[in-house]
Structures are given as structure tokens and as C-alpha cells.
Design a binder for this molecule. Structure first.
Ligand SMILES: Cc1cc2nc3c(=O)[nH]c(=O)nc-3n(C[C@H](O)[C@H](O)[C@H](O)COP(=O)(O)OP(=O)(O)OC[C@H]3O[C@@H](n4cnc5c(N)ncnc54)[C@H](O)[C@@H]3O)c2cc1C
Length: 410
């Protein structure tokens, strides 16, 4: 069995650790901030096997004026970041053309169809299952016109195997009576569920892994040096050698890929959440307001309203207008909400075609990538971890990996 290092202890790194430990490898995770402190901390918590329609889709062209000019838009661009973003944005727009976007959607659907089975080793005892809330996610549309505008993407989801039911305003109210009567249509996605506390789940999971011998070193890895006999990680002025290394550093993975011979155009779609403590009883399931780009998810510590997309790089500076939009809109949807008591900013790792990179590096098969899961990292963690373990064991993965290779951008 091998000595494997995983850089990054978010959903992707932890799921990789689960599958690798199951294969009997000795696993060391490296992350200076501990378990689940990146994007994996503050997401909307939804297991969303219906999420095969990426942000890069043809509706982007129709919506650009709204994105750029409307105060209600959940999509923002920081103009000062545009010079750095331009190459990514050009590729993103290219990927949004129908033919390219359908290729991305198909690649995502293939992974998503295996997402649930990928969770098997992460949910194999009752103490962990208690974090799973088996209530289907509900998408909401405030006008029949905006629902009609989404018919194409719903039809594509259906073709790609997603099951859902369309609800009218009465059925929405029956399901979630505390929602304001402002929603004309809803879509209830079958086979979806959510975590009551995503970071709490990963922490509990880590404790189980640690009992089986996995270790977490709270250290930042500075550089990676792949070689024929092994891979060296440089940190704290020294080098540590491993048989295999997994790059699961989310939005911060570009530099490591570069050091392994792959130029990947990875950038970040920033997202926010606000929390309303003690309000969880108001809704029974994640309710996403489609036009406003966020979910309201009942979690163990309150309702988390999470979403939006801001293209502005890695600055910690927060977009007050976007946070206000989330707060005002969520109170409009759920009038019984009080005042939020926490705000959070996170960095989704996003490639311009919306498809993650999962596979071996150019420099060495000993380095395996698993990053770029955009809005779906929680959902795709299990299947990604399984593929990582298959590659390291030299087993056939459960699907053809051509669509996910890093070299697609070369
Ligand atoms: C607002 C919002 C809502 C979302 N909602 C959902 C949802 O409902 N469902 C869903 O499936 N997905 C959702 N996502 C997406 C999901 O959260 C991400 O795709 C996922 O968390 C990415 O996981 P990761 O492990 O790749 O990255 P991260 O969780 O960001 O983890 C990467 C880790 O790498 C570490 N790291 C970085 N550099 C180094 C280094 N040099 N050395 C060591 N460690 C390093 C970081 O400290 C970090 O902990 C949402 C995201 C956001 C922002």
C-alpha cells in the first residue's frame, strides 16, 4: 500500500481520503486552516444531482445586460478585476455557446449520475447519516415568464436523466406555507437532499478517519516536485516525500497544476451566505430562488441563505450591495425571518467550461488532480474521491475521464 498526501481538506480532499483509506493506503492531509474551512464551510449544503446545467450556458448572452446593469442581479463583475479575468471570461463565453455548453452539461451529468454511490464510504454509519436531511430541493420562480425562460434547461436536465416535478403556486404553499405568496412556479428535484451542517459533517467524518490512521497536518504546502520514484512536497523550508499526491486545493489549485506541467485557466466564482440563527423551522427543505441566485437552506444552526456569483478574484473585500440583495430578497421570500447574524464569503473553484479537472498530471501519474467543482463540490465529492482512489490503485474508473483531463485547455 502507498503513502499518499492530499493537499486540501475540503469536501474533495476528505472524500478522496475516505476512498483511499478504504483501499488501505496511509493518508496524510495538509491544510493550514484545518478541515472544511474553504468553500466547503459555507455552501448551501445541497446534494444536487440535478445540477448538470452550468453557469456557462446560452442564457448568459440573454442575461448579460441584467448581470451588468440591474441591482437585482445575483451575478456581479468587479470591473477592476477585468484585465486579469479577461482570458477566463473569453473562454467562459465560448463555453456558453450551445454546442460547447451541452458538452459540459453531458460531462457533468455523467459524474452526477454516480454522485450518490460515491458517498457510500462517507455515510456508512448512523452518526454520520444524522447530518443528512432527505428532503428534496425546491427551485422557485417568481413569474411564469421566468419559469418559461428556464424550460430549455429543464428539458436538457430531463434528457440527461434528472427527475423533477413542476409545482404551481398552490402546491408551493402547501409544501412550504411560510414562503410569501410571490412564487408562480416551483420545481421539486427528485433524489436531492441536504446536509444540516456541511462543515460539522466533515469534522465528524475526519474524526472517524483519524481513528483509522489518517492524519491532518495544519501546514501550507509551498510547492510540489513530481519525480519518477515519488513526489516531494515543499513546506516550512523542508521537503516531504510521498508515493502519490492528490491536489484538492479548490480555487487555489492553479499554481500546483502549473508546477506539474499543466496550465489550467482556474479562477473563482465568489459566493456569499448570510445566516438567520434559530429560524430553521420556517422551511423544511432547501428553497432556491432562481432569479435571485440563492438557496435558503434549513440547517442545524439556522437558515443559511447562500449563493450569488461575483467575479472579483481572491480579495477578501466583500460586495455590500450583493450581501444586501441576499438579505432583502430572503426576507421578501420568507417574511418571518428576523435579522441575519453572520455573513460569509467563499471562493468556488471554477474552470471556464464549468467541468472539474479530475485525472493524472502531465508530469507524473503519481500526482492526481481533483479540483474545479464550481457549484457542485459537495455533490460531486464522493464520486471524485472514488475516481482519485481508482487512479492511484490503477483500477478502471467508473466512467471515461477524457472530459475531465487538465490537458483539454492546452
Ligand atoms: C455560496 C456557495 C454555495 C454553494 N452551494 C453548494 C451546494 O449547495 N452544493 C454543492 O454541491 N456545492 C456548493 N458549493 C460549491 C462547493 O462548496 C465547492 O465546490 C466545494 O466546497 C469545493 O471543495 P474543495 O474541497 O475543492 O475546495 P475547498 O473547500 O475550498 O478546500 C480547499 C482547501 O485547500 C486548502 N489549501 C489551499 N491552498 C493550500 C496549500 N497551499 N496548502 C495546503 N492547503 C491548501 C484550503 O485551506 C482549503 O481548505 C457552493 C459554494 C459556495 C461558495
Amino acid at each position: 500500500m502507498s503513502n499518499v498526501a492530499i493537499i486540501g481538506a475540503g469536501f474533495i480532499g476528505m472524500a478522496s481520503a475516505a476512498w483511499l483509506t478504504r483501499d488501505g493506503h496511509s493518508v496524510t492531509l495538509f491544510d493550514p486552516s484545518g478541515v472544511a474551512q474553504g468553500a466547503s464551510f459555507g455552501n448551501a449544503g445541497t446534494f444536487a444531482p440535478y445540477g448538470c446545467v452550468p453557469v456557462n450556458n446560452p442564457s448568459v448572452f440573454r442575461d448579460i445586460p441584467r448581470f451588468l446593469l440591474s441591482n437585482d442581479s445575483p451575478f456581479r463583475l468587479r470591473w477592476s478585476y477585468l484585465p486579469q479575468l479577461a482570458p477566463w471570461l473569453a473562454r467562459f463565453l465560448m463555453s456558453s455557446r450551445r454546442a460547447n455548453f451541452e458538452t459540459s452539461a453531458t460531462a457533468l451529468a455523467a459524474l452526477l449520475s454516480r454522485a450518490q454511490e460515491g458517498y457510500a464510504p462517507l455515510l456508512d454509519d448512523d452518526d454520520l447519516k444524522r447530518f443528512v436531511k432527505p428532503r428534496e430541493c425546491l427551485y422557485l420562480y417568481s413569474s411564469a415568464a421566468s419559469f418559461d425562460a428556464s424550460r430549455d434547461s429543464l428539458a436538457l436536465r430531463e434528457r440527461l436523466g434528472v427527475g423533477f416535478d413542476v409545482l404551481d403556486s398552490g402546491a408551493i404553499r402547501e409544501l412550504e406555507p411560510q414562503l410569501a405568496p410571490i412564487f408562480a412556479r416551483g420545481v421539486l428535484f427528485r433524489d436531492s437532499w441536504h446536509f444540516s451542517d456541511p462543515a460539522g459533517f466533515l469534522q465528524a467524518f475526519y474524526e472517524r478517519l483519524a481513528a483509522r490512521g489518517a492524519r491532518l497536518e495544519r501546514m501550507k504546502v509551498d510547492a510540489i516536485e513530481p519525480g519518477a520514484q515519488g513526489v516531494a512536497l515543499r513546506m516550512n523550508g523542508g521537503a516531504h516525500r510521498f508515493d502519490h499526491v492528490v491536489i484538492a486545493t479548490g480555487a487555489r489549485s492553479r499554481e500546483f497544476a502549473h508546477q506539474c506541467g499543466d496550465r489550467v485557466p482556474l479562477d473563482t466564482e465568489r459566493g456569499y451566505h448570510v445566516r438567520y440563527a434559530s429560524a430553521s423551522a420556517l422551511i423544511s427543505r432547501p428553497c432556491g430562488w432562481a432569479e435571485r441566485g440563492f438557496y435558503m437552506t434549513p440547517m442545524s444552526d439556522g437558515i443559511r441563505v447562500a449563493g450569488t456569483v461575483e467575479l472579483a478574484g481572491f480579495t477578501e473585500e466583500r460586495n455590500r450591495a450583493l450581501l444586501d440583495l441576499v438579505t432583502v430578497s430572503s426576507k421578501r421570500a420568507l417574511p418571518a425571518l428576523g435579522a441575519p447574524d453572520r455573513e460569509w464569503l467563499g471562493f468556488r473553484p471554477t474552470l471556464p467550461d464549468g467541468v472539474p479537472v479530475i485525472g493524472a498530471s502531465k508530469a507524473s501519474e503519481r500526482v492526481v488532480y481533483a479540483f474545479g467543482h464550481q457549484h457542485l463540490g459537495l455533490t460531486l465529492a464522493g464520486v471524485s474521491g472514488r475516481i482519485v482512489a481508482d487512479l492511484i490503485a490503477r483500477r478502471a474508473p467508473p466512467l471515461d475521464l477524457a472530459s475531465y483531463r487538465a490537458s483539454r485547455f492546452h
